[in-house]
Design a protein around this ligand. Structure first.
Ligand SMILES: Nc1ncnc2c1ncn2[C@@H]1O[C@H](COP(=O)(O)OP(=O)(O)O)[C@@H](O)[C@H]1O
Ligand SMILES: [Mg+2]
Length: 254
């Protein structure tokens, strides 16, 4: 068994009277894709935000590479090597793929160029990353606003990869995508894991995306762990049953 790189233990997060998370635990391992599933309001996004350092939990432990993480912030979590792609993608529609990839991390030239961002070097690095991710078909110079939902999603994921993370968290990357676009995201997610990254992906598409592209499925229900399955040993019906109502915790992942 692979040692987890990121572990949450006993995470509780309440917003006033709303018990978003109660005593939730989750492990992510290098080279593995974990699906986080659950009904609307189950606490999935809140859990991702805790991992991303965007929410401070009321209780619980956050461990990274075996060490306790105290007072995680978005910047400290990014520094450890954890990147998050949120549902809104935060792409600039009026910019092209290269500009979007390097948004907020301007490349600088040597001092005699006046440290100007060099388009040529950005393009070279962008091409390199997209090729490694098998996304060569994406245009570098078209505005991303003119691209398909699937291409935009893949650019947002590619942008997170430029930071060479060890862990990638994806909040509903296939929402609003066609079946074939979702399949492209699925191959990308598996590609990342094959390079040794730990991947967490939230998805509602249990029957296709989750069963076909993930190694393990973690179910949240009403803010609590409700089940854990090896993706290859379970049917979509079994997962959905636990999502919507099984009142006992199920652990089939061993
Ligand atoms: N910032 C917040 N303030 C208050 N309540 C919140 C906040 N974020 C989430 N919640 C509530 O916490 C619960 C879990 O939400 P969320 O994590 O977004 O669920 P999911 O992503 O599984 O749909 C919901 O009841 C939601 O309304
Ligand atoms: Mg959500």
């Amino acid at each position: 068994m692979t040692e987890p790189i990121l572990r949450l233990r006993g995470i509780t997060k309440h917003f006033g009277n709303v018990k978003a998370l109660t005593d939730v635990s989750l492990d992510l391992e290098p080279g593995k894709v974990v699906a986080l599933v659950g009904d609307n309001g189950a606490g999935k996004s809140t859990l991702v935000k805790v991992m991303a350092g965007a929410h401070r939990p009321d209780r619980g432990e956050y461990l990274f590479e075996g060490r306790k993480v105290e007072g995680a912030t978005p910047a400290s979590v990014a520094d450890m090597g954890v990147q998050t792609v949120y549902q809104d993608l935060a792409l600039c529609n009026n910019l092209d793929a290269v500009q979007n990839l390097f948004l907020g991390r301007e490349l600088t030239g040597p001092w005699w160029t006046g440290f100007r961002v060099t388009r040529a070097s950005a393009e070279k690095k962008a091409k390199d990353v997209l090729r490694r991710m098998r996304l060569d078909s994406i245009s570098l110079s078209r505005n991303v606003g003119a691209m398909s939902g699937g291409q935009r999603q893949n650019i947002a994921i590619a942008r997170s990869i430029l930071w060479e993370p060890k862990v990638v968290l994806l909040d509903e990357p296939t929402a609003a995508l066609s079946h074939s676009a979702a399949e492209q995201v699925g191959s990308l997610v598996r590609e990342l894991a094959s390079h040794g990254l730990a991947v967490l992906v939230i998805s509602h598409d249990i029957h296709h995306f989750v069963l076909d592209n993930t190694d393990r499925i973690e179910v949240l229900r009403l803010g609590r762990n409700a089940g854990s399955f090896n993706s290859r040993d379970v049917t979509g019906e079994q997962v959905v049953n636990v999502m919507v109502g099984g009142d006992e915790t199920v652990n089939m992942a061993g």
